[in-house]
Ligand binder design. Structure first.
Ligand SMILES: Nc1ncnc2c1ncn2[C@@H]1O[C@H](COP(=O)(O)OP(=O)(O)OP(=O)(O)O)[C@@H](O)[C@H]1O
Length: 224
């Protein structure tokens, strides 16, 4: 199976203050190992779309399948389990637990999933911290490292359960150009060498231009 994500006929409405259609018949497929950027003007519906794709928002028309599982219609409990096992999230603001160590932050989603022993999880976390060049900072509180390092810790946390898909909402929105390049290169490596699929909403034209494919949203529709 070569399709990582399939979205069909997605329509989404907001009803406050007035009824407003934010997504209009959105459909596309993303292949396994593809690195895709979602771009578009502010208000075009990018974040709303990512919320649907990431299974956080279930109030829509249409259907979404991830890695061959139709997630549309699953219960909140099923979705929560599915997300934990299959999707990694990287946001503009990393939402690390400031008072917890770097290592604990990375280990947490795997401890929550409860499939592996603490020793195995710690070994995997250390492997990721090494790959992301944060080795040596693992016992520091998350609040005591730089912004670029924090974002790399957030990526390690997103990767700990070896998700098939990584979704980013402005994953480099808060970073300088040097750290943006580091994060971009990590994503590209994950896509092209590990076969993980990356879908990132971005306002950064250079970031988008270097992805495998750009999905452009205009007024809730896909243009290209
Ligand atoms: N909860 C909500 N209730 C009502 N309208 C909403 C809600 N969330 C978003 N919208 C509206 O839906 C439209 C799309 O919003 P969305 O956040 O998806 O856009 P975006 O392309 O991600 O924008 P940005 O680039 O500024 O983040 C906007 O007009 C926004 O005001």
């Amino acid at each position: 199976m070569n399709t990582a994500l399939s979205a069909k006929g997605l329509n989404k409405y907001f009803h406050e203050p007035d009824t407003f259609q934010v997504l209009r018949d959105v459909g596309f497929e993303v292949k396994k190992g593809e690195f895709v950027a979602i771009v578009g003007k502010s208000g075009s519906g990018k974040s709303t779309l990512l919320y649907l794709l990431s299974t956080m928002d279930t109030n829509y028309q249409g259907s979404i399948a991830i890695n061959g599982t139709t997630v549309t219609g699953l219960s909140q409990n099923e979705l929560s389990r599915f997300r934990n096992a299959h999707i990694g999230f990287v946001f503009q603001f990393h939402y690390l637990l400031a008072e917890f160590s770097v290592l604990d932050n990375v280990m947490l989603p795997a401890l929550k999933l409860g499939k592996k022993s603490k020793e195995l999880i710690e070994a995997k976390a250390m492997e990721l911290l090494t790959m992301l060049d944060i080795r040596g900072h693992e016992m520091k509180k998350a609040s005591k490292i730089s912004g670029g390092q924090q974002q790399r810790v957030a990526i390690a946390r997103a990767l700990i359960n070896e998700p098939a898909i990584i979704m980013g909402d402005e994953p480099t929105g808060n970073l300088d150009s040097q750290n943006t390049k580091v994060v971009f290169d990590i994503f590209r490596q994950l896509a092209h060498e590990t076969g993980q699929t990356i879908i990132a909403v971005t306002h950064d034209d250079e970031f988008a231009a270097n992805c495998d494919r750009i999905i452009e949203m205009v007024d809730g529709k896909i243009m290209s």
